[in-house]
Design a protein around this ligand. Sequence first.
Ligand code: BES
Ligand code: ZN
Ligand code: ZN
Length: 472
Amino acid sequence: MTHANTPWMIGFDIKKDTISLGIPHVLFGAEDKRDEIFTEAGLRYICIGMKGSDKHDAVDRRHVARRIIELAKKSGVKHFAISVSSFEKHIGPLDRMLIEFARANYEHVAHKTKPKDGWDFVEKITLIDDSIEWNQATINAAILRSGILAQGLGLARDLANAPTNYMSPQDFVSRIFKETQSPDVRIKPMYLGEDDLQTEKLEGILAVGKGSVNPPRLLILRYLQGPAEQKPILLVGKGIVFDDGGVNLKTDPTDMHMDKSGAAMVAAAVITVARLKIERNIIALIPLAENRASGRSYRQNDIITIGDKTVEIGNTDAEGRLVLADALAYGQKRWVPDYVITVATLTGAAHIALGGTCSALFVHDTSFGVSFAKDLIEIGERTGDRLWRLPLEKRHAAQIKGKHADLKNIGSLGRYGGAITAAAFLQQFVDEKVDWAHIDMAPRMTPIEGDHLASGATGEPMCLLVALAEEL
Ligand code: BES
Ligand code: ZN
Ligand code: ZN
């Protein structure tokens, strides 16, 4: 398979031993070693320093995998070998490591001219089959699966990273239609345009999209490969292709082309689920709009109707909850799901609260909700999408009551608990008997120092969403 549009994709082969191959081997160095490439007795080594490895947690071990790729790319190594037993010892299970290799190899190059001597991506890794637990068949299965996940992660990150002049709401729709055309992707895509949004009275999406010359859309992906009687999982992803705040103009909207990251993760996850042929019913709703200040924008104190509730606008920059609420109300009425997951770069407040190492998780404050949260956190640890649960109590709902409408789109305590009041707003549109999780991924929209990832989208929590389709 060629990957003209996916130059970061890594090819793998498996060998019993590679002494004679003449390619660099990965070596896990002692405590005092730094990450470096060196030659000894005519053999080249990619040496990864394991200082403090006795205290390594799961995240550090993932980073070890990323550091291998980082060093190879920096040193122009396109092909290297690594023994399966050695990384099991130092990094963890093979499938996890393969995903981290892929995650670290990715860069957003869609708009860059290919350099004369080519990209510096790692092209091939030879796995030395010397493990007791992993035989050729299991290694092959892991390679196949991680390749599909890597492709999904690439798509997710390309969508999230795409500048808005290349990614209007309609561009997003068209791209996903193209991705779902292949016969091995059994997804039925459709979308609602402006007239349909009017007919369905989706005023949240319409109001937010009004200020832009690029009209809003609601993208709907139906993947129905589970038993006919199985209720679907409803995934809802925030797709704001640019967020300048609207009339409540942001002072600096840098990176707000990435406010469609929730949409990107959800769309890529469903496509990945389809490629993996997971037997599950899934409905994905992706509201797409551009939040812009103009003479046509929605305004403070406007009152709109979402589902069966009226909402007064306190701040036009709290737009994500409006488009998500519309999708939630619409989706639950039409498809009666048993799980609902919202994924969004919803609040800067989540970032302030958590400081960039994990996404914020919210669930209903019930015993079911709490055990659902535990499951999600545990799955996220496995997929590399760390979540931290924040409180969402019934008393928080009092903070988003409207004065002249049922609800208001900002909390009465101003910035205090901003991530929580945003979640409390969404909760008003979710059936309390449905297992609901809201992932505010703003803290993980882009990497932090030490993540060993290219600038732009991290790809979180796409793999978690795929795992949910398999495990829920
Ligand atoms: N898209 C932003 C949140 C955001 C900011 C995500 C930075 C990622 C990085 C969101 O629409 C927003 O502006 N939220 C406001 C809400 C406030 C006006 C109640 C926020 O968090 O400040
Ligand atoms: Zn905003
Ligand atoms: Zn936003």
